[in-house]
Design a protein. Sequence first.
Length: 267
Amino acid sequence: MVIAIIGLLAAIAMPTIGRFRAGDTLAAGVQQIQDDVRRARQFAISQRTTVYMVFCPSNFWGNGVWPNAAAFNLATSDAAERAKATNLYAKQLTGYAFVTLRSVGEQPGQQSPQYLGKWSSLPEGVIIPAFKFNPPAAPPTRIYDPPLPANPPDQQVFDVFGFAVTNTIPFPSEDAYAPNRSYVWLPYLAFNHLGQLTVDGLTVAERDEFIPIARGSVLHSRGADKTPVQALPSLSENPPGNSTNNFVLVRIDKLTGRARVVKQELQ
């Protein structure tokens, strides 16, 4: 009888515990992105230069993210750099790093790119939805608060554009740098020496930036030894559509570069 009661209580409690764990994972991912956006901004202010927060795209070894992207194996002939890139097969769409192209005191046109630390990843079970990696010129994904079929005047709408992209940043490390070389197209955020969002290191962004964070998974192909291999990942939201129907956004102010979290508010 006691064992039966314990089993019944466990069956009732498990879904609730699962929801708590999922919520904690999502909260951890949101906090990580928010903290690292602040970190990139502080790097830019303290080092008085533009700091890029670059994200690892899918299929970077082939055609990059879009058809006009330079293939990684053509962008660099350095075997050592291609070997380093194999460590990023499992970081497609979830990995990111901080990069500077110039240091204080360098002459105009002179560059000494530097990665400020290693590539990081979001916690398992947390993703940046696929639409954030759409070309920046594509129509934005409209997220409504609350998510209703209609669009009344008092309904708040968030336009989530794809990341800006650049092929001027050495990839996957500063050791790939060579003058006048083009690289893989990388999605990025950038902060200037004042901590403001910038598009190309010179121009302040025209709009605030939104980074959606959702529950989901990125499944990577693996070889016989269980290590990730060169292949496109499979990305899925769990539950489907939670990036827009139960959204969490990290909003970055274009003028101050400060990040804050925006969550759905049911009215």
